[in-house]
Design a protein around this ligand. Structure first.
Ligand code: ATP
Length: 590
């Protein structure tokens, strides 16, 4: 396929806001695509060159792109800057300059992909200049519309308003003209979270090809997630439907979820990957955990699931999430490793010495895990620790275990069906969390809400100095939804530093107009719109009905807890979940 043809599709997608229509257009596009190009095409239309866990980055900032355009179209940089300030989109600026370009060549999707990849992979001395030259050459051969999209990709600004999830629907639609195969396609994607690979498999072997998709060491598996229930009684009732059913109950750690892939090998040959919930490889942040894997675990190769958390050596207490994430600043990792040692609490095993364990019941997986991470160790402190647990089907026992964790300063507990397989990527009732409410005077919703920052309002009074006084919070419409509805205007709970941080982040993803996936009442329009990119965790005292918020619900006394960089917008709380939280609050207060 020629890139110019792909651009026609991208143009149609950009103008479309109906999710169904987008799915249909994508299905048409995928149908026309050849086996040899479908994986690359999927990456490109999502605005990247490889699945995010491979960490391929462009390192091409806006200033550099302005230099690219100035050179490609032989115009002064000041003209480009002026046009950019006016419209806010360098892709459109490039498209507008196009008529001065000379020869348009027939660039295929594969050629454009390979050239973009080569640009991204440039490194070392002189690489900035080589990146610029590479972009100039590519752009000069393209038609005007293609320039618009190719300029946006390295800037991370393609954002056509759909995600991998919509592509899963589109793959089903490509086969049958409807979404009926979505479930089985998603099941394969959950085991092998590479949309290009899934699309290629379907194109080549049809749906039957998906049956052969197995867990692959080094490629992330979608982590299992928790449901919530209001009381231990409800948990036992729902999770233990027969007298023989049991649940394992474990402490709920407030750290960072890490799925660790490890393969032993001679120095330099071993493999360590650590995936966050949004499937980014963050192994560079945890060199001490990587080191401990070689020394402490009994396995040749393994995929472990667990939570990493800071540990205070003096008191023996676990540290709050905020302390642990200080390591995000790349340069500070060495210092932080020394100051804040970590513990990796391991609670599951998905792969062991070449064997896929996903379908094995938890009771059996745990037996293997105990061999890999022995529960007791004599003599020296360990970094990798087997999460403790109790096995029960008695709600009183569950409640007492929960109380004990709260006294220890933990968040609560997670109950897990003892005989269930690992529930990849599902928020089913295989795992259920029971958390402590942190609201005023112990009240408040039993759980926090993860929402997207849709935009912000300029402040008045003291806040005018920050240029931000409140932000608009959105949640997802429906489990698979790519649409966002408003649920709150949040103006409290942030200290000065956080307001500055919020404004900085918002300005990085600023949109010129309301993103098409947002439904917002006209009386709530923020001064500055943001692309759906920033995920925040918010706590609130209650949920009320609302005539102005498009979710139909509003949060009472919402307060920012933290930025959730480990979650992407596809994972935020849904309207239905908020409704349920409100109902749970009523049950608790009866
Ligand atoms: P929360 O906001 O409640 O921390 P979340 O929104 O990040 O949770 P949930 O699916 O609601 O995600 O809760 C599951 C999370 O709890 C897991 O992703 C994991 O990070 C954390 N967790 C802590 N301890 C455990 C445990 N023992 N077993 C499973 N998950 C645990």
């Amino acid at each position: 396929m020629l890139f110019s043809e792909l651009s026609q599709y991208l143009n149609r997608l950009e103008k479309t806001s109906s999710r169904l229509k987008i799915t249909e257009i994508l299905a048409q596009l995928l149908k026309k695509t050849k086996i040899s190009e479908i994986d690359k095409l999927c990456y490109l239309i999502l605005g990247y060159l490889a699945p995010p866990y491979q960490g391929v980055e462009f390192s091409l900032a806006e200033k550099m792109m302005m230099r690219v355009l100035a050179r490609a179209f032989v115009v002064d940089k000041t003209i480009i800057l002026k046009q950019y300030k006016k419209g806010g989109d360098l892709g459109v600026v490039g498209e507008g300059l196009w008529d001065t370009a000379r020869h348009t060549q027939k660039v295929s999707v594969l050629q454009a992909y390979e050239r973009l990849l080569a640009i991204a992979q440039e490194s070392g001395e002189g690489s900035q200049e080589r990146k610029i030259v590479g972009m100039v050459n590519l752009i000069q051969g393209l038609d005007a519309l293609s320039v618009r999209f190719v300029v946006r990709i390295p800037l991370g600004k393609l954002r056509l308003g759909f995600s991998e999830i919509t592509l899963l629907d589109a793959l089903s639609w490509m086969i049958s003209g409807n979404k009926k195969h979505r479930k089985e396609i998603e099941a394969a994607y959950n085991v092998r979270a590479d949309i290009g690979f899934i699309a290629k498999t379907i194109k080549k072997d049809g749906l039957s090809g998906l049956k052969n998709i197995k867990i692959s060491l080094g490629t992330p598996v979608m982590p299992a997630l928790c449901q919530r229930l209001s009381t231990p009684e409800e948990m036992i009732e729902k999770m233990c439907s027969t007298a023989d059913d049991l649940v394992a109950v474990e402490p709920k750690y407030d750290g960072t979820r890490l799925e660790v892939h490890f393969k032993r090998g001679k120095q330099g040959n071993r493999m360590v990957k650590m995936f966050t919930r949004n499937l980014e490889d963050v192994a560079f942040m945890f060199p001490d955990v990587a080191q401990a894997l070689s020394q402490e675990i009994n396995a040749e190769n393994v995929i472990l699931d667990g939570e990493v958390i800071g540990y205070d050596q003096k008191t023996g207490h676990l540290l709050p999430f905020q302390e642990t994430v200080k390591r995000k600043r790349k340069h500070a990792i060495r210092e932080e490793s020394a100051q804040i040692p970590l513990r990796y609490f391991c609670f599951d095993i998905l792969y062991y010495n070449g064997r896929d364990l996903l379908m094995m019941p938890f009771s059996k997986r745990r037996q293997i895990l105990r061999k890999v991470v022995p529960p007791f160790c004599l003599g020296r402190a360990r970094t990798i620790i087997l999460s403790p647990q109790i096995i029960t089907n008695d709600s009183q026992v569950l409640r007492r275990y929960y109380d004990k964790q709260i006294r220890k300063g933990l968040e609560g507990v997670v109950a897990k069906k003892w005989q269930a397989p690992y529930d990849v990527g599902r928020r089913g009732f295989t795992w259920v969390k029971f958390k402590h409410a942190k609201g005023k005077k112990g009240g408040g919703l039993t759980d926090t809400i993860d929402g997207v920052v849709m935009g912000y309002y300029r402040g008045r009074g003291k806040r005018a100095g920050f240029g931000i006084g409140a932000f608009l919070l959105g949640v997802r419409k429906g489990k698979d939804g790519d649409r966002f509805l408003t649920v709150s205007k949040v103006g409290t709970g942030l200290i000065d530093k956080q307001w500055r941080e919020m404004r900085r982040r918002c300005n990085q993803v600023r949109a010129r107009e309301r993103p098409k996936e947002y439904d917002v009442d006209k009386n709530l329009q923020p001064d500055i719109w943001c692309q759906p990119a920033i995920v925040v965790e918010v706590e609130a005292d209650n949920v009320t009905r609302s005539p102005i918020h498009t979710a139909g619900l509003a949060l009472r006394f919402p307060r920012l807890v933290r930025f959730r960089d480990d979650k992407n917008v596809g994972e935020i709380t849904t309207v239905e979940e908020i409704k349920k939280l409100g109902e749970m609050e009523k049950v608790r207060n009866k």
